[in-house]
Design a binder for this molecule. Structure first.
Ligand SMILES: [Zn+2]
Length: 215
């Protein structure tokens, strides 16, 4: 299982920290007991830089719950589960294409990602848009934000709902500097465009809305 924590660090700083990266103390999502450090693993992330996308290795700490006998990976919010590119890159493509600013090809070219990869993100987002829209719209209201009405097009509704939920969260300490897509990754457990989930699982709805690390 993976827990996404609201990491505010730039990707470069996270990469540079290596195994020494500091993560917040977390409780077990199953039983609420404090989790203990339990090694970790390396994975790749492709972050945008001046030369286009570049792969870097990041350390993902693992934590373990002794009573439940389960370990969890602590993913930083700039990644999405099972995706190589950062949440910001994926979100930028989705926002441009679903928002109607441009097609997939120019969006992918501008961000330096393969066209077919970008097209896959947009398709996944569209396929999940109904559930995402409802989930994020409810989250916006729970956080004291604006109630938004479903738009005619599900993708646009989901995009507007993510925006409204982030606007509401940005009024709480720490979230503003994370940006909308790290926020979306955090509250969806990294599964914003995951293949095998139904409606989005938003952590705040179960009172496990992990506050971001203070600056
Ligand atoms: Zn547990």
């Amino acid at each position: 299982m993976a827990i996404v924590w609201p990491c505010p660090l730039p990707v470069d700083a996270y990469v540079a920290a290596g195994r020494e990266v500091e993560v917040p103390r977390t409780d077990c999502p199953l039983c609420g007991e404090p989790l203990m450090s339990w090694s970790g693993y390396w994975r790749h992330v492709r972050a945008k830089c001046l030369a286009g996308g570049r792969c870097r290795k990041i350390f993902v700490p693992r934590v373990r719950c002794a009573p439940c006998r389960v370990s969890h990976a602590l993913l930083p919010a700039f990644v999405l589960a099972w995706r190589l590119d950062t949440a910001e890159t994926i979100g930028a493509v989705i926002a441009e294409v679903i928002g109607g600013a441009c097609g997939v090809r120019p969006a992918a070219a501008r961000l330096g990602v393969p066209y077919t990869t970008a097209r896959g993100w947009v398709r996944r987002f569209r396929a999940r848009a109904g559930g995402l829209g409802v989930g994020f719209a409810a989250l916006a209201v729970e956080l004291g934000g604006e109630a938004i009405r479903p738009a005619a097009e599900a993708g646009r509704f989901a995009l507007a709902a993510i925006g409204a939920a982030f606007d509401a969260a940005a009024g709480l300490p720490g979230w503003l500097r994370l940006g909308a897509w790290r926020f979306a990754s955090s509250v969806s457990g990294g599964k914003l465009i995951a293949v095998n989930t139904g409606s989005p699982f938003l952590i705040v709805g179960r009172r496990r809305f992990m506050p971001p690390v203070p600056p």
